[in-house]
Design a protein. Structure first.
Length: 447
């Protein structure tokens, strides 16, 4: 929407952007002097035509500006807010790819003559072509705000590391939002993305492989380009692979088909077919046709518009009631869970208190035992000190004995006896004792 609003302003028109939630993009749009509002009551003059995108916002604009014709652009197959509204003043429905075309025609009963297929586009002034790709890829980028750190992405990282390739991931859900992809995409050789992001990468000149979470498409080549663009490089161009390792191997096979020359051809064709200015011309032609057709029609069928508005309000009421019932059911479940959790917490608290009392009793017993042991230890220490004192006393006595004259004489006597006296006794036949070891045996004079 931003790129189209910029193009319309550049061509001399006055686009007005309405959204119920204004964020960074709204700020960027307003900075180039395009009015941006979140309340249609601030617009005093009705527009010439309403370009609707998203169900509720489109219906709000149609009811705010009666008598203004509209177109509605469907961008997505899955999301509820891209459901096409049914209203008499919506004269044309636009699909950005064949998938959305089928949603409009086969699920929403929109007549084929009221449906146009206008493929997605790129701001070529913003996304400029990079220099030629290298002969062999080195850097890969997983790019998309819905990219998450699934096991499949982890498997891709591992496979790329094993192949000597660097893989980065950018996007809101991986915690790395990228507000200016035009400054980043050209730094990579291969980009894994879907939809508008993949188209922007092609316009820059990188090789592109359609990718989303667990699904992977073929490397975009010149011979497949028309088919892939017709499906907006989206879900129908990819195959889901539930096994992370098989998913990683499939990616390596696609990387093996990398051809920088073919990527240059793809880039040239994308820049020739998918520019923003071309798309702006097609939308302006569509606006003019719708305005002219509405002027030539009979006066608006107020009853038909009333029925469409009532149908919309009824759907809103049913949606609100359903959501309220869901919230009430969830609230009941939360209350049950809360009561159960409270009961568990009370049980846990009782068990904790019982265990604390048990531990307290054990602690008291342990303290008593510790006190007894401390008493015993004190007694043992006292006894040890007493024995130590006694030992010191005995050591002192022994020291005094060892230092006495008698002890020295006694020690000397033993040496004198065995060295001098006994040999003399034996020589003189006067020996009365025979010493055996440490014992003495007395012998009589007449054996």
């Amino acid at each position: 929407m931003r790129d189209l609003a910029f193009a319309l302003l550049k061509l001399g028109h006055t686009p007005i952007v309405y959204s119920t939630e204004l964020g960074k993009v709204a700020k960027e749009i307003r900075e180039v002097t395009i009015p941006v509002v979140d309340n249609l009551a601030t617009i005093s003059t009705p527009p010439d035509v309403i370009h609707g995108q998203h169900y509720d916002e489109t219906m709000t604009a149609l009811l705010r500006f009666p008598g203004v014709p509209a177109i509605y652009v469907c961008h997505d197959w899955y999301t509820w807010f891209d459901k096409p509204p049914r209203f008499p003043r919506i004269l044309r429905y636009v699909a950005v790819d064949q998938t959305c075309y089928d949603k409009l025609v086969y699920e929403s009963a929109i007549a084929t003559e009221r449906v146009r297929l206008l493929l997605n586009f790129v701001d070529l002034e913003r996304f400029k072509a990079r220099a030629s790709l290298p002969a062999q890829p080195k850097r890969l980028l997983v790019f998309g705000n819905q990219t998450q750190e699934f096991p499949h992405l982890a498997a891709l990282r591992k496979a790329c590391e094993g192949a000597g390739l660097t893989l980065d991931a950018l996007g809101t859900d991986v915690g790395k939002p990228c507000d200016h992809p035009e400054d980043v995409l050209g730094q990579y050789d291969i980009v894994l993305a879907k939809g508008r992001a993949a188209l922007e990468a092609l316009a820059v000149g990188t090789a592109v492989i359609p990718y989303f979470e667990r699904s992977l498409g073929p490397l975009v080549t010149a011979d497949r380009l028309d088919h892939l663009l017709t499906h907006n490089l989206g879900a129908r161009t990819m195959t889901c692979e539930p096994e992370p390792d098989a998913f990683a191997q499939a990616l390596l096979r696609e990387i093996g088909r990398y051809d920088p020359k073919d990527a240059a051809i793809v880039c040239e064709r994308v820049r020739g077919m998918c520019g923003r200015d071309r798309a702006a011309d097609e939308f302006i032609s569509l606006y003019e046709g719708v305005i002219a057709e509405y002027k030539d029609r009979e006066p608006p069928d107020v009853n038909a518009e009333g029925l469409a508005a009532a149908s919309h309000l009824q759907e809103l009421v049913l949606s609100i009631k359903k959501e309220r019932a869901t919230l009430q059911d969830e609230n009941r479940q939360l209350l049950v869970a809360h009561d159960s959790l409270r009961f568990q917490m009370e049980e846990t608290e009782r068990a904790r208190q019982a265990y604390a009392e048990h531990l307290s009793a054990q602690l008291s017993d342990t303290q008593v035992q510790l006190s007894v042991k401390e008493t015993e230890l004190t007694s043992i220490k006292n006894e040890r000190n007493m024995l130590s004192d006694q030992l010191s006393t005995k050591d002192a006595q022994l020291t005094r004995i060892n230092n006495s004259l008698g002890w020295h004489l006694l020690n000397s006597y033993g040496r004198i006896k065995y060295r001098y006296l006994l040999p003399v006794y034996r020589t003189l036949g006067l020996s009365r004792y025979i010493t055996v070891g440490r014992s003495r045996i007395q012998q009589s004079g007449d054996d």
